[in-house]
Write a protein that binds this ligand. Structure first.
Ligand SMILES: Cc1cc2nc3c(=O)[nH]c(=O)nc-3n(C[C@H](O)[C@H](O)[C@H](O)COP(=O)(O)O)c2cc1C
Length: 157
């Protein structure tokens, strides 16, 4: 069982979130790979059980690089059904696009037929941070990673 985290980050905030999410996946005993979008290839997608996308908020949406990655993933359209998906975002301010960015990423994963689990607790859609993750945001990231890992184990274990 393996989870891949693909993130974009210019000033390091989303990158910090990515490594906090990966810690959560590891805590549940599931293998995880963390890749900056520039180094990631859609050719890894058929071999993984879960995909977590992370992006800075750019005008309320994911970055162009993340969108390019998503568009390239059409190569495996129909082949990713039932894999687990999740998303996180870093914004510059509060109420300024983190949720719309997370939802935009989740839309793409849902179109691939992936399974996305929300939560009735805090951070319903994924994880969000204003700037670099503080302790609360880092905890939300770890919880997201744990949620994905546990779902991967239930579906693919
Ligand atoms: C082109 C651009 C557009 C941005 N648009 C938004 C925005 O709509 N809302 C917001 O809160 N922050 C916006 N920001 C700020 C970034 O989302 C924020 O600084 C984020 O933490 C950067 O993440 P990074 O350190 O991983 O690059 C924008 C930044 C850039 C460079």
């Amino acid at each position: 069982m393996k989870v891949l985290i693909v993130y974009d980050s210019r000033s390091g905030n989303t990158e910090k979130m990515a490594y906090a999410v990966s810690k959560g996946v590891e805590m549940e005993g599931v293998e995880v790979d963390v890749k900056k979008v520039d180094d990631a290839s859609v050719d890894e997608l058929p071999d993984i059980d879960g995909l977590i996308l992370g992006s800075p908020v750019y005008y309320g949406l994911p970055t162009g690089k993340l969108k390019e990655f998503i568009d390239a993933s059409v190569k495996y359209h129909g082949k990713l059904e039932g894999k687990v998906g999740a998303a996180f975002a870093s914004s510059g301010g509060i109420h300024s696009g983190a949720e719309t960015t997370v939802i935009a990423l989740l839309e793409a994963l849902l179109i691939h037929g992936m399974v996305v689990q929300g939560t009735s607790g805090r951070n319903h859609y994924g994880a969000a941070s204003v700037g670099a993750p503080d302790d609360n945001a880092a905890e939300a990231c770890r919880k997201l990673g744990q949620r994905v890992a546990n779902l991967v184990k239930r579906i693919h274990g």
